[in-house]
Design a protein around this ligand. Structure first.
Ligand SMILES: *Cc1c(COP(=O)(O)O)cnc(C)c1O
Length: 406
């Protein structure tokens, strides 16, 4: 999965270009920067690589989601439909604009269940935000249709699926806007960073201004002459971070090729166990393959396999999201109780608590049986085989024990 595994001379060269001029900021200083604009270079590379008209680089994936929501006019009184399985950043961004995160169930795609989405729509619903988790993707045909039918905004959180596609379209470029994270553990990294992608000029202009204090960037060489048509914020990326991204995005095809072949090898080994099934992927050909996600027959067997993998020292890199502090509703007590550092409007607080405490047993039935194995770019073929055989031995041991007990 992570681009940091391939950090090298190329990244150092790009960063050094910036260090040579000392212009670490992305805007202004046109003379002293001597033509070095790493952020602009990265934005052009994002448009070229992912086939979107506009890209706005920002300081993180969370900032990208927040800026995109502002640019899409999402705020007070709006409900945004998000999955119960995601990274906390998804609902953090919703709350940051004063909207209500309406959590709904996921299915065996590990992403939004379109039927659950339909059932969650109210007159206040403004946006559907699928999260393309663990390298795969949501059922976009179904979600696009729901958005059209109900006149809703479609915002893709594609932070975990850089390079994945759905029916030939790059994930993150299908909706009104989409975001990537370039944090340290993502498919390509800037150290910290993120991007908003869109084909809508209005969304791009608003994202650009919002992420830089509302600057309209029309003041020419004098930044102070820019006007501020609306109130913004500072989500700027630095040139040092963008420089790392410029080197990383050139390696994306290589990363994806390695991910796909390593994922396939491991999958072939696990597939020899008849009790194992795999995550459903709406478009198999578009899987970025950063994870291999697989299911065991029951939650009890899955828990026993996880425990045994831990005992045998092979749990690292395997994620049992069901009990993970950061990715699944079971452990989001701070959200369930709407614990904030400041006062929020009592109506918002009540809505947050309501939606986080609904019945998610349909998601539990999926997530309780799911393990995701992160695919390393550095594995050799022998290491994958050894890893696969070790995992297989643990799984077969537990399955046998369960049969004995049954
Ligand atoms: C990583 C991630 C984010 C946030 O990205 P940061 O750059 O860490 O802020 C948002 N959504 C998902 C699904 C992520 O995995």
């Amino acid at each position: 999965m992570p681009g940091f595994e391939f950090f090298g001379a190329e990244e150092r060269k790009e960063v050094n270009d910036v260090l040579e001029t000392g212009i670490l900021m992305r805007y202004g200083f046109d003379g002293p920067r001597k033509g070095i604009w790493k952020s602009k270079e990265m934005e052009a590379a994002v448009c070229e690589t992912f086939g979107c008209r506009y890209a706005q680089l920002v300081s993180s994936g969370t900032a990208a989601l927040t800026a995109a929501m502002n640019a899409l006019g999402i705020g007070y009184g709006d409900e945004i439909i998000v999955p119960a399985f995601t990274f906390v950043a998804s609902f953090e961004a919703v709350l940051s604009v004063g909207a209500v995160p309406v959590l709904v169930d996921v299915d065996d795609t590990l992403t939004l269940n379109p039927e659950a989405v339909r059932n969650a729509i109210t007159p206040k619903t403004k946006c559907i935000m699928p999260v393309h988790m663990c390298g795969g993707m949501a059922d976009m045909d179904a979600l696009v249709a729901i958005c059209k039918e109900h006149n809703l905004i479609l915002l893709e959180d594609a932070c975990q699926s850089i390079g994945g596609t759905y029916k030939g379209k790059k994930l993150g470029t299908i909706g009104d806007a989409g975001t990537f994270s370039f944090d340290f553990v993502k498919t390509i990294t800037c150290g910290e960073g993120g991007v908003i992608m869109t084909n809508r000029e209005d969304v791009y202009i608003a994202s650009d201004g919002y992420s830089d204090h509302g600057h309209d960037h029309k003041g020419g060489l004098d930044r102070g002459a820019d006007l501020h048509p609306f109130i913004g914020y500072n989500f700027r990326i630095s040139e040092l971070h963008a420089a790392v991204g410029v080197a990383q995005i050139k390696k994306l095809d290589t990363f994806l090729r390695i991910q796909r072949s390593n994922n396939k090898l491991l999958r072939e080994i696990l597939a020899t166990i008849p009790e194992i099934s795999f995550r459903r992927i709406p478009d198999e050909a578009g899987d970025s393959c950063s994870f291999l996600s697989w299911f065991l027959p029951t939650e009890a067997i899955t828990k026993a396999v996880v425990a045994e993998m831990k005992i045998q020292g092979i749990l690292a890199g395997n994620f049992y999201w069901f009990v993970n502090n950061w990715h699944y509703i079971t452990k989001w007590d701070h959200l369930k109780n709407a614990v904030t550092l400041n006062h929020v409007h009592p109506d918002l607080k009540a809505a947050v608590i309501h939606h986080a405490n609904k019945d998610f047993s349909a998601s539990d039935a999926v997530m309780g049986r799911c393990i995701s194995t992160a695919i390393s770019l550095l594995w050799t073929e022998e290491q994958i085989k050894a890893k696969g055989e070790q995992m297989k031995a643990v799984i077969n041991k537990i399955l046998k024990e369960q049969q004995v007990h049954a």
